[in-house]
Design a binder for this molecule. Structure first.
Ligand code: FES
Ligand code: FES
Length: 175
């Protein structure tokens, strides 16, 4: 019996092929075989949200999803949010930039997961929604843990990102 199985997936627009044991998590596969170390692993049992990324557009805890389950899927990690087409002048994605502007991190370990969760949350909000209240933001953030406990600045980062999403929707809708 084979100890590993082939896994093929597309991450951030690049095709990757590797071998994974049936118990290898998607987080470990991406970090070890694809070199995508921006996805961090904290609790390893689905509680902290640090390992969150997008699989086929949906937020997923990559410590709970097996690599073999992601075979054939489209994955977006924190590395895929920025525009790196000009290597000398990379442009951060809107949520990344909002977190940078609001200084929404301390050590930064939890940041990739919180940014990816925020991207999924804002993408899922209906176009034209009212700005989320701080209560709504804190309720959404309840699924993510920051051990530096800097939640006030994280709430500010999400609020700023939400405002920029609304502004870009409004300008896209303008005649
Ligand atoms: S490492 Fe996946 S939820 Fe904590
Ligand atoms: S910024 Fe350090 S764990 Fe969140």
């Amino acid at each position: 019996m084979r100890a590993t199985q082939p896994v093929r997936l597309r991450a951030n627009g690049v095709d990757y092929t590797g071998e994974a044991e049936p118990r290898t998590t998607l987080a470990d596969f991406l970090r070890r075989q694809c070199g995508l170390t921006g996805t961090h692993v904290g609790c390893e049992h689905g509680v902290c949200g640090t390992c969150t990324l997008l699989v086929d557009g949906a937020a997923v805890r990559s410590c709970l999803l097996l690599a073999v389950q992601a075979d054939g899927c489209e994955v977006t990690t924190i590395e895929g949010l920025a525009d790196n087409s000009d290597r000398a002048n990379p442009v951060l994605g809107p949520v990344q930039q909002a977190f940078a502007d609001a200084m929404s991190f301390q050590c930064g370990f939890c940041t990739p997961g919180i940014v990816m969760s925020t991207v999924a949350w804002l993408d899922a909000r209906p176009e034209g929604s009212d700005a989320p209240t701080d209560h709504e933001i804190r309720e959404f953030l309840a699924g993510t843990l920051c051990r530096c406990t800097g939640y006030t600045s994280i709430v500010e980062g999400v609020r700023l990102a939400a405002a920029r999403y609304s502004a870009s929707e409004a300008s896209a809708a303008a005649p």
